[in-house]
Design a protein around this ligand. Sequence first.
Ligand SMILES: [Zn+2]
Length: 225
Amino acid sequence: MRCIFCCAERPPSLEHIFSLAIGGTITTDRVCAGCNSILGSRVDSALNNFLPVRTRRAELGLAGNSGKPPSIFEMLLGDQKLIGPEANRIRTSLNKATGKLDHRQLYHATDVVTPDGKKARQITLDERDKKQIPKVIQRERKRHALPPLSPEELAIEASKFTVKTVEPLLVQVNIDVSFAFLRQAMMKIAYELAVVWLGESYLDDPLERDEVKRSRFGIPTESKI
Ligand SMILES: [Zn+2]
């Protein structure tokens, strides 16, 4: 078989024109195993993992070769910023037991001036971490070359915290969407469909010279795949 990408005589492999991960069912056996593997990892993956496509795959439960579809919450997870005067950073994860999103305030320390003009260190942490307060106080004192507090003093200082509930919780989420290699992914589909629909004559079209084909899909010219 002459592979439609490297144009070498090689054993065929099963190539999904629209990849399995996006529910593709049309296949061709005109691609060698080496080119198939390069296309899968460099070209198809760009489209499969393009965020809008990933989100749709999550909705439709399309797993592809990985065996597990993307999570519908994927884009909502990770480190984020709260919107509002606090502008604190939180970390969002998915609690698998409850199926709900869990937001955790990230540790934040800042220098502030109290109303009576004293310099102070203001620490913000998640309420679930409040047992850490004594440790945090001693650590901050050490960092600022202050003597450690006695257990009694520490107990008093550690009880002087305020709890704040952020309601409603407005979160700014930054989403990275990469358009890199998307064009290659589209071209691959178009090219394979062209070969499947139009046959050999398309393959021998002088405008579709071997070099052009290889470079277009990122397949090395001299590779012995
Ligand atoms: Zn090939």
